[in-house]
Design a protein around this ligand. Structure first.
Ligand code: ATP
Length: 279
C-alpha cells in the first residue's frame, strides 16, 4: 500500500438514525444522524452519559436494532439491512463483549462449550475447535482446566475473560465492547483493559469501545466521539478531545468525572457550576 494513501476504514457509519416506538403511535429518535469511521487496528471510543444512545450505536452496528436512515459499511459492504443469514456469516468478523459477565454467559454451558459454540456454528470440526479452546484460554490467561468448569465457578473478571475469549474465537476484525469493565472493581478493570490492549497489539483487531467513563475511554482509544442526546457533538484524537474539549457538553462531562485529589475535585465542581451557570 502507498504510505500516503489513507487506509480504507473498516467500519463507516454515515447519517445513522434510529428511533423506537413511543406512546400514542409516536416515535422517539434515539440517534440523530450519527457519522464516524473506524480504521483497522484502531480503537474508537464512544463516551456519553446514560441514555445518550451509546449502546444503540453498537447494537445498530451488530444488526440488533432496525435502522431508519443512514448507512453502515463494514469492510466495504453495506450491512445496515443485512439479511439474517448474512448477519450470521458476518459474526465471523464482527463480535461483541457485553457489560455484564454474569448474564452474558450461558450458566449451564461449560467454559469449553461456550468457546466451542461459535466455532462449531461456523463449521469448524469438533477436534479443531477443542484445540482452539486451549489456545483461547491461554490467550486470556485462564488455566486449561477452566474448559471443564461452569461460569458460576468464576469471578466477574474471569467471566469477562471468557467473554473476551469467546469474542476472539472466530478471529474477528471488529469487536463492539459495550461497557466491558463497568461491572468490575477497579483492579479487575485494569487487568481486563490491559488484556484488551495486548490482544489488539497481537491481532490488529479494531474496537468500538463504548463507556460512560471518560477516563476508561481515554485510556483505551485512539479517537473518541462524545455523544449527547443521540448526536455526536465532538469527534477527534483522544488526547485532543480530552485535553482541549471544544463542546460545552464535553467540558461538563470532563469536569464531572471524579478525580482522586479532593482539592482538584472541589476546583472542578466550582468550574462546572460556573460553566452551567453561564450557559
Ligand atoms: N428497545 C428500545 N425500545 C425503546 N427505547 C429504547 C430501546 N433501546 C434504547 N431505548 C432508549 O434509547 C435511549 C438511548 O439508550 P441507550 O441504551 O443507547 O443509551 P446509553 O447511552 O447506552 O445508556 P446506558 O449507558 O444507560 O445504557 C434511551 O432513552 C433508551 O430508553
Amino acid at each position: 500500500m502507498n504510505m500516503h494513501e489513507p487506509e480504507r476504514p473498516l467500519l463507516e457509519v454515515d447519517g445513522l438514525e434510529v428511533s423506537f416506538a413511543a406512546r400514542r403511535r409516536t416515535r422517539t429518535k434515539v440517534l440523530k444522524g450519527v457519522s464516524f469511521d473506524i480504521r483497522p487496528a484502531e480503537t474508537f471510543g464512544l463516551v456519553g452519559e446514560s441514555g445518550s444512545g451509546k449502546t444503540t450505536i453498537g447494537r445498530a452496528v451488530l444488526g440488533l436494532v432496525p435502522v431508519q436512515a443512514g448507512t453502515i459499511t463494514f469492510d466495504g459492504e453495506r450491512i445496515e439491512r443485512a439479511a439474517p443469514r448474512r448477519r450470521r456469516e458476518l459474526s465471523r468478523d464482527l463480535q461483541v463483549i457485553f457489560q455484564d459477565p454474569y448474564t452474558s454467559l450461558n450458566p449451564s454451558f461449560s467454559i469449553g462449550d461456550t468457546l466451542m459454540e461459535p466455532l462449531i456454528a461456523q463449521g469448524t470440526t469438533v477436534r479443531e475447535a477443542r484445540g482452539r479452546v486451549g489456545e483461547l484460554l491461554e490467550r486470556v490467561r485462564l488455566p486449561a482446566d477452566a474448559a471443564d468448569r461452569l461460569p458460576r465457578e468464576f469471578s466477574g473478571g474471569q467471566r469477562q475473560r471468557v467473554a473476551i475469549a469467546r469474542a476472539l474465537a472466530l478471529r474477528p476484525k471488529l469487536i463492539v465492547c459495550d461497557e466491558p469493565v463497568s461491572a468490575l472493581d477497579l483492579t479487575t478493570q485494569h487487568t481486563v483493559l490491559e488484556l484488551l490492549l495486548e490482544i489488539q497489539d497481537q491481532t490488529a483487531v479494531s474496537y468500538l469501545f463504548v463507556s460512560h467513563d471518560l477516563s476508561v475511554v481515554r485510556a483505551m482509544s485512539h479517537r473518541v466521539a462524545v455523544i449527547h442526546q443521540g448526536e455526536l457533538v465532538e469527534t477527534g484524537e483522544a488526547d485532543q478531545v480530552t485535553a482541549r474539549p471544544e463542546h460545552p457538553y464535553t467540558r461538563a462531562l470532563m469536569l464531572s468525572a471524579p478525580v482522586a485529589d479532593v482539592h482538584e475535585q472541589r476546583r472542578r465542581r466550582r468550574e462546572l457550576a460556573q460553566e452551567t451557570g453561564a450557559s
